[in-house]
Design a protein around this ligand. Structure first.
Ligand code: IPE
Ligand code: IPE
Ligand code: MG
Length: 249
């Protein structure tokens, strides 16, 4: 908890819901596909910015468990875009020391996409730069359900006592357990909801909502979100007076 009492510096781990691609395209009289392409171009810029700013981790929501409900054509287009973006960009990201992994139920994806995901993770596995996590077919409830199954499995095999289950153990069984918890959450596109994103991991995350559509959310917009974050007083349950006292000490 010591961290909570210090002055807020730049975030360690930024989690983003990249929303508004469709509306960005509509505003320009373009098909939704154009919005998704522009969204991927923008993600690349944001990744570069985070790497240059030495942000430890960036987790982006690329495809939610619920996005399968979209028209088949849009789902297939997104899959194609993910495959080509990964294949085209992985070598350069690797050169920049970016460490890439996907979180989510990947088994439902086309084999070609699963292969690209595995190749990217293997290639960049040892990189110590920006930890880029792409949430794909991800849902916070899926994540928690998985953790529950892992722990319940150990109990049923007699490897673990029910009374030994604690928050730290649950956290370890969830995705992103190797990273600091997200300290800054950003949702672009004007909606103010979590849409089944990192439900457990964002228990104490600062929430920033921007009306800007994702393809227009530039590194300057991200810098603005980071300065907003730096102005937050993270109290973690304490009173403002307690924080002042500990600053003086
Ligand atoms: C986010 O943009 C991208 C994905 C969900 C894949 P949207 O496609 O949700 O864009 P809007 O919300 O329709 O504008
Ligand atoms: C959430 O966006 C998921 C991603 C950005 C990938 P949506 O635009 O699908 O969210 P809802 O369903 O409208 O809340
Ligand atoms: Mg949307």
């Amino acid at each position: 908890m010591g961290q909570a009492l210090q002055k807020n510096n730049k975030p360690h781990h930024i989690a983003i819901i990249m929303d508004g691609n469709g509306r960005w395209a509509k505003k320009r009289g373009l098909p939704r596909a154009a919005g998704h392409k522009a969204g991927i171009t923008n993600l690349r810029k944001i990744v570069e910015y985070c790497a240059a700013e030495q942000i430890e981790a960036l987790t982006v929501y690329a495809f939610s468990s619920e996005n399968w409900r979209r028209p088949d054509q849009e789902v297939s287009l997104l899959m194609e875009l993910f495959i080509s973006a990964l294949n085209e960009q992985v070598d350069e990201l690797h050169e920049h020391q970016v460490n890439i992994r996907f979180i989510g139920d990947l088994a439902r994806f086309p084999q070609k996409l699963q292969d690209s995901i595995t190749a990217a993770a293997t290639l960049t596995n040892k990189n110590s730069g920006l930890h880029l996590r792409v949430a794909a077919n991800y849902g916070g409830r899926w994540d928690i359900t998985n953790a529950f199954k892992t722990i319940a499995g150990k109990i049923s095999r007699g490897e673990l006592e029910l009374n030994d289950v604690d928050e730290a153990m649950i956290q370890q069984a969830l995705t992103l357990s190797d990273l600091p918890e997200p300290d800054l959450f950003i949702r672009t596109g004007g909606e103010q909801r979590i849409s089944n994103y990192l439900l457990w991991q964002m228990a104490y995350t600062e929430m920033y909502f921007s009306d800007t559509y994702w393809p227009d959310f530039s590194p300057e917009c991200l810098a603005e979100a980071c300065s907003w974050f730096e102005s937050r007083q993270r109290r973690f349950g304490r009173t403002p007076e307690q924080l002042k006292q500990s600053e003086r000490a």
